[in-house]
Design a protein around this ligand. Structure first.
Ligand code: PMP
Length: 283
């Protein structure tokens, strides 16, 4: 495996970042997770825009243009001979002192890793996920906005640990108001009376690129979509529920906190949207 680090490729064993990099010391950096289908990166430009917006929010000066980052991404896929894979793009603040001073970090580092994808097992798409709600609350946007896809994922990791302890592979997170925000690494949707509902950005979520794609394709399919504040009740009482993420695509949820959702099986609208999503990835 060849890994791109700020303009050069290294073998996996030699792909290293300094222990003085603030990405390592403080989680001071940003990232993207993307997928390629048949050699083409899905929604690449959207991922770039989100990365650049995260960088702007954290005042990290990405040392290349969007076009250069896109070419480096394709170069990384090519050198690793990957057509269908997962790409992790990371920008760290760079080497600094042991203090917090970001202005002393002069050279942000760019890392691109392309790998074969470890998806959820196929059976999860057929049976649907059983998830629980974490007691770890999603970071309040007034603290650090969840819209920033930063390297500091402790909030999500703590929630995911709770999920794991409960025997679940994903976990629901609420915001400080007690409303549904998102899952530890995926956005959430429900289907109620033929309409699609998902929490709005203000609920404190990462604005998922898969989420946006689903909103668009639902529109094309004539399915009404509303971005509305939701509580757990709206999930308990929904007909269907599913999660979205670049790695997971759309994955059905059939149980939340012991309550079966709808008939306790993956929903028909969920599966229709998943089929339509697959078409989109093949375009
Ligand atoms: N929310 C969180 C917290 C995430 O980390 C992710 C990405 N894994 C998502 C939602 C889904 O975003 P996307 O569809 O852009 O992958």
């Amino acid at each position: 495996m060849q890994i791109y680090i700020t303009g050069k490729f290294f073998d996996k064993e030699n792909a290293k970042i300094s222990v003085f990099d603030h990405g390592f010391l403080f989680g001071d950096g940003i990232f993207e997770g993307m997928r390629s289908y048949n050699g083409k990166v899905f929604r690449l430009r959207e991922h770039m825009i989100r990365l650049w917006n995260s960088a702007k929010a954290l005042m990290i000066d990405i040392p290349m243009t969007i076009e250069e980052m896109e070419s480096a991404t394709y170069e990384t896929l090519k050198i690793n001979n990957i057509q269908d894979g997962y790409i992790r793009l990371i920008v760290t603040r760079g080497i600094g002192t042991l203090g917090l001073d970001a202005h002393l970090c002069k050279e942000p580092q760019v890392v691109i890793i392309a790998d074969h994808l470890a998806l959820y097992p196929k059976e999860f798409y057929e049976t649907g996920l059983d998830i629980v709600t974490a007691s770890t609350v999603r970071t309040n946007p007034a603290m650090v906005s969840p819209q920033i896809k930063s390297l500091n994922y402790l909030n999500n990791i703590l929630a995911k640990i709770e999920g794991h302890l409960a025997g679940c592979v994903e976990v629901l997170m609420l915001n400080t108001k007690g409303e549904v925000a998102e899952c530890s690494g995926d956005n959430i949707f429900v289907v109620s009376n033929g309409k699609l509902h998902t929490p709005p950005t203000e609920a404190g979520i990462l604005e998922g690129i898969t989420r946006q794609t689903v909103i668009e394709i639902a529109g094309e399919m004539g399915i009404p979509v509303r971005e509305v504040p939701m509580t757990r009740y709206d999930i308990f009482a929904a007909d269907e529920c599913f999660l979205t993420g670049s790695a997971a695509e759309l994955i059905p949820v059939v149980k939340l906190d012991g309550r079966p959702i709808g008939n306790g099986k993956p929903g028909t609208m969920t599966m229709k949207l998943l089929d339509r999503f697959h078409e989109e990835t093949r375009k």
